[in-house]
Ligand binder design. Structure first.
Ligand code: AHR
Length: 385
């Protein structure tokens, strides 16, 4: 019963929010029948005068509306389903913890959490199980950016608003909001930093290897595209790129093969997250390749989690480009906006910082915007996640 009323609110909210972001408005969810009127039809009502009948119907509708208040307003827990990517990295651990902290019972939520173990089919299944459970909201961190339109249509038909966190969905607009980082800018920032840093160090030739994230994830696509755009413009050579699936084991395996295939030929390694960088470091250590500010290879990483920044401080990772995993508090604001009948923003960016040791901090711009870098110190590491 509750869901029918929510379905009407959702249909109009989605339409408004998508129009606001310039997208095509999603087909509204089927209009809810008005149950109050049906339930008000009691045999005695037939004898009532039309005006009285109308008043009774109105009263019943009001009662029904009160009964069907948003869960928080009625003191009930808000049921949230979260289909998380998996547990592949330090970043992911921080993201999961943040979501579990925010969507706690103490904060008025009942969280159904599914770790999809980087399996897209399992993630679709998780979303469908949330529909079956009739949760109030669904949060999805999409493993890959495509293949979503059908299941999001099912969420829409069920009247359940979907909020996308972190990675983007690129083939459907049937969700209320997306909250996350700008992966393309992260990739461009890494490229523009490398250009400025190479100039400062007098390095005229760049031969790069890229250990990519999970193929088809928007984090992989954005970082690869952003860095490659600068590489192409500058005439750098990208010797190879292969996926390490955002894991330490994957990073090590790819780097071991790179060390054999490109021995003595590369001077830059770009790892699309910190855990891949840790694996690549092991592989380079084993192959006798030196890296970091004092080594032969410039090692670039993304995420800038605590463990990554410690490797920057240790002189192993040359520069680390953050992807902030603490988007859950903003997702909660989106849900609270929906709870109070408002229209949340369609896209909400979580700001990122770029990190290096003092000597590796250089001036650079991304798309004409001057960037600032944060020096890695004990206090900075302490404050990170
Ligand atoms: O989607 C964010 C990326 O996914 C992070 O860079 C990575 O660590 C994670 O696995």
């Amino acid at each position: 019963m509750k869901k029918k009323v929510l379905s009407v609110i959702l249909a109009s909210t989605m339409a408004f929010s998508l129009i606001a972001c310039g997208g095509e408005a999603a087909a509204p969810a089927p209009a809810a029948e008005e149950p109050a009127a049906e339930e008000a039809e009691e045999p005695a009502a037939e004898e009532e005068a039309p005006a009285e009948e109308e008043a009774a119907e109105e009263e019943a509708a009001e009662e029904e509306a009160t009964e069907e208040e948003a869960p928080a307003a009625s003191g009930e827990l808000i049921n949230v389903g979260f289909a998380q990517v998996g547990h592949e990295s330090d970043w992911r651990t921080a993201s999961t913890k943040s979501c579990q902290d925010v969507f706690s019972e103490a904060n008025g939520y009942n969280l159904s959490f599914v770790d999809c173990d980087n399996d897209s089919a399992a993630q679709l299944e998780a979303v469908r199980s949330f529909i079956e459970q009739d949760v109030d909201y669904i949060i999805i961190d999409p493993i890959v950016s495509t293949g979503w339109d059908t299941v999001l249509g099912e969420c829409e038909d069920a009247g359940i608003p979907v909020v996308v966190i972190d990675r983007t969905i690129d083939d459907s607009d049937k969700y209320v909001s997306w909250v996350g980082s700008d992966f393309l800018t992260e990739g461009k920032a890494a490229g523009e930093w490398l250009k400025a840093y190479a100039e400062k160090k007098g390095i005229s030739e760049i031969n790069a290897l890229i250990i990519q994230g999970t193929t088809g994830s928007s984090a992989q696509i954005g970082r690869t595209d952003g860095f490659s755009e600068v590489a192409e413009r500058e005439g750098w050579t990208i010797l190879d790129k292969q996926t390490g699936d955002f894991t330490e084991a994957g990073g090590q395996e790819v780097m071991e093969s790179f060390c054999k295939s490109y021995e003595g030929k590369f001077n830059v390694v770009v790892c699309e997250n910190d855990n891949e960088a840790f694996g690549a470091m092991t592989a380079m250590d084993n192959a006798g390749v030196s890296y970091g500010p004092d080594g032969d290879v410039i090692l670039i990483s993304y995420d800038a989690c605590t463990a990554g920044l410690k490797e920057v401080q240790a002189g192993k990772i040359t520069a680390d480009f953050e992807c902030n995993p603490l988007a859950a508090p903003t997702v909660e604001k989106v849900i609270q906006t929906l709870q109070s009948g408002g229209t949340p923003e369609a896209q909400i960016l979580v700001p990122d910082n770029w990190y290096a040791l003092k000597d590796q901090i250089v001036d650079f711009s991304v798309d004409g915007n001057a960037q600032s870098m944060t020096e890695v110190t004990d206090a900075v590491i302490e404050a990170q996640y």
